[in-house]
Ligand binder design. Structure first.
Ligand code: SF4
Length: 295
């Protein structure tokens, strides 16, 4: 059974790539907590944890994880913390854990833009090497309909600023977020934004509806019609076809995905497209994603 020397405030989420990382809960919940498709932190009120409590956790976790290489700062967007608070956290982490490879966290583009370039560079030099950013789509209309609180331009500005400071970015796009009606503009503008930012990592997840279709339709501010699995694949295919980037490590291997894809964009674009075409050919037109269990 998994033992942790600290008591986490549940639920705790982390990206798949942080499965072996030490998780330090610097904040609780998400400071925005209002995206129409996201139920991750609806049971939590956003809170910045008392630094003394976080430092005590760091102390205990460092004693039980000697030699740890990676640390993930939870919850939803710990990068919302001021640069001063983040620097104090990184100082404490570096003192307690010694040399680690990287510290990472989820971030909204505005969490990045609110910091100066020199602050970002300082955070990077103290170990903050990677930010996970769920941009979901590059389409401005859809960003409004899902209440994301970001635009195409604010997203590009934040991400390019992080990258300019030497911080790598891992970007998430949400297949199916626009339903049938917004599918094409979602695929095209998502490819456009990825081409502009050229992140180090890119993943596509698929919209899941833990509380059912109607619940989501009531929160989506437009006409949401669920796509069949074939339609989801076609959207993904168009997105990959239009993506023209250099050496982006691409994964579609989240539990929400019906089709597992892995490759380097743009080197593997043709191979990925051909895998999607085969999946389309082998899937019935009327097959819809099965409803997951209610949370
Ligand atoms: S910003 Fe992220 S964690 Fe917060 S509500 Fe939106 S998707 Fe969920």
């Amino acid at each position: 059974m998994f033992f942790s020397p600290v008591s986490y405030h549940q639920p705790v989420f982390r990206p798949p790539g942080e499965a072996n990382s030490v998780i330090i809960q610097a904040t609780l919940g998400c400071s925005w907590n209002a995206c129409s498709f996201c139920e991750m932190y609806t049971s939590k009120t956003f809170k910045v944890r008392n630094p003394a409590e976080v430092f005590a956790d760091i102390q205990k976790l460092s004693q039980h994880n000697a030699g740890a290489k990676k640390i993930f700062l939870a919850d939803g967007n710990a990068f919302v913390l001021s640069s001063k608070k983040l620097m104090a956290l990184l100082d404490q982490i570096n003192t307690s854990f010694g040399r680690i490879q990287r510290v990472s966290s989820y971030a909204l583009p505005k969490d990045i833009s609110n910091k100066s370039l020199s602050e970002l560079q300082e955070l990077q030099s103290q170990g903050l090497k990677l930010l996970y950013i769920g941009i979901e789509t590059g389409d401005d209309e859809l960003l409004k309909l899902i209440n994301k609180s970001e635009t195409y331009n604010s997203t590009v500005d934040g991400i390019l600023k992080a990258q300019q400071a030497g911080i790598d970015t891992s970007i998430m796009i949400l297949n199916g977020i626009g339903g049938k009606e917004y599918s094409e503009q979602h695929a095209l503008n998502s490819a456009k934004i990825i081409n502009e930012i050229n992140p180090k990592f890119l993943s596509t997840l698929t919209l899941s509806l833990p509380y059912g279709l109607e619940h989501f339709q009531n929160k989506f501010k437009g006409n949401y019609q669920q796509q069949s699995i074939t339609e989801l694949y076609k959207e993904l295919k168009l997105f990959i076809e239009k993506t023209k980037v250099d050496n982006v490590i691409y994964r579609s291997d989240h539990v929400s995905n019906n089709l597992i894809l892995k490759g380097i964009l743009s080197k593997d674009n043709d191979k990925l497209v051909s895998t999607i075409e085969k999946a389309i050919a082998n899937t019935s037109e009327n097959q819809y994603p099965s409803a997951p269990e209610v949370l």
